[in-house]
Design a protein around this ligand. Structure first.
Ligand SMILES: *Cc1c(COP(=O)(O)O)cnc(C)c1O
Length: 420
């Protein structure tokens, strides 16, 4: 795309944007002066779909009028409320409905998956993670290692970065797996790194890891609703994600898990069980022995909290309507335009650590402030820009194709140039 620096370019792009109407489906926070904020923080908490409150109200109303009978007789019966959400999410992930469920929260799901898929043996017991993994993932993995009697200092391998580089290279990951794969039980990476915005080549890494006999899991917190995936075809063993970032499920909303079809009928796989993972036909006969539902639902533990599923339902309906392919097409343009404008400000003032290759990134750009970063971030906030600050010098901004516009990207770049 040949981007142009003038404001008219942004106006032309917005006018020709087939997804431009979707912004009006969301509630955009307002700045003190009454204008809508430039909200580039969908990678942290997505905006509220306008239909969310109606969906929540519907559940409250059913609870009021039907009480316990709502499980079966609610306008959307609570017993099956999560099932459609699993199917919709599966489409976003390139997965089969059988392979996906929504449940719990992200880190909880990571623990549940590690119970089943981190199966160390005396010779193969290590876990490979990225160097700058999200803290919660590190804590979870380290605690699991200790739980199995290993010392993270020995059993946790962090993918090294080349000197002076912040991005991982697929060929280095392959080389590491080639050299040390025989001792690695599990490769556990973020699909998209939260700090740099780098998208890992999940297909290539999974292939290399499987060739060395390792199990592969991805944390898709920053990938779902952001980039296109084919988890089933890539033969990823398991994945987890939260739904409050690009999926707009609302603060702390219900998360999800993917378990590849190849395990769907391995009913004796070790797992931490609960009654909601038990076969639906016999669940209420209250049998003494656990018989898992085939597929990802077999990892459910408790009955579903229905209320937080309502906003997620509202958002997934919108995703379904807009289509991930169209969203991704707009996202490439939107983020590419942001990159173009930021580069014009000059590397001596702002640089970008996110990959330049649009296939290796999603919505987010991580901007390194060369001077007074925190002050710049604060002033951007005072002018109505919502992004986020990461120590020591990074501002993360993520224009989301569902509700952000080219005009907002233009305005943001204008403000940034003025402030740095
Ligand atoms: C957002 C995020 C989390 C958050 O975990 P919760 O269990 O939802 O609090 C964990 N890991 C990654 C990679 C994230 O981006």
């Amino acid at each position: 795309m040949d981007y142009r620096p003038g404001k008219d370019f942004a106006q032309e792009m917005d006018a020709g944007d087939p997804l431009r109407e979707y912004r009006s489906r969301f509630l955009v926070p307002k700045h003190q002066n009454g204008d809508e904020c430039i909200y580039f923080c969908g990678n942290s908490l997505g905006l509220q779909p306008k239909t969310a409150s109606r969906y929540v109200e519907e559940i409250l109303k059913d609870w009021e009028t039907l009480a316990v009978e709502g499980h079966f007789r609610a306008s959307r019966p609570w017993m099956a409320y999560h099932e459609r959400l699993g199917e919709q999410t599966a489409r976003l992930l390139g997965a089969k409905p059988l392979e996906v469920t929504v449940m719990n929260t992200l880190t909880v799901n990571l623990h549940l998956m590690l119970v089943s898929f981190y199966r160390p043996t005396p010779h193969r017991y290590k876990i490979l993670m990225e160097a700058n993994a999200f803290p919660s993932d590190r804590y979870a993995v380290k605690s699991q290692l200790r739980f199995h009697g290993y010392d993270p200092a020995d059993a946790l391998i962090e993918l090294p970065l080349r000197r002076g580089e912040v991005l991982h290279r697929s060929e280095d990951i392959e080389a590491l797996l080639e050299a040390e794969g025989g001792t690695i039980a599990l490769v556990m990476l973020g699909g998209v790194n939260y700090y740099t915005g780098q998208v890992f080549d999940m297909e290539r890494i999974t292939r290399a890891a499987h060739a060395r006999g390792c199990t592969v899991g991805f944390d898709l917190a920053h990938a779902v609703g952001n980039v296109e995936m084919k988890l089933h075809d890539w033969k990823v063993d398991f994945a987890v994600w939260c739904t409050y970032k690009y999926l707009n499920g609302g603060p702390g909303s219900t998360a999800g898990a993917f378990v590849h079809e190849k395990y769907a009928h391995t009913l004796n796989l070790p797992r931490f069980a609960g009654w909601w993972g038990h076969e639906k036909a016999t669940r209420f006969l209250m049998p003494a022995d656990f018989l898992p539902i085939p597929g990802a639902e077999g990892w459910q533990v408790s009955n579903q909290p229905i209320l937080p599923l309502a906003p997620l339902r509202a958002s997934l309906d919108i995703f379904e309507e807009a289509g991930m392919e169209k969203l991704r097409r707009k996202s490439r343009l939107l983020t590419g335009y942001l990159e173009f404008l930021v580069e014009r400000i000059g590397e001596e003032r702002v640089s970008i650590i996110t990959p330049r290759d649009e296939n290796q990134r999603g919505c987010q750009l991580s901007l390194v402030m060369k001077r007074d970063g925190q002050a710049v971030f604060k002033k951007l906030g005072e002018r109505g820009v919502i992004g986020d600050w990461r120590e020591p010098d990074v501002i993360r901004v993520a224009p989301a194709p569902l509700y952000n516009s080219f005009a907002e990207v233009f305005r943001f770049a204008e403000l940034l140039e003025e402030l740095v």
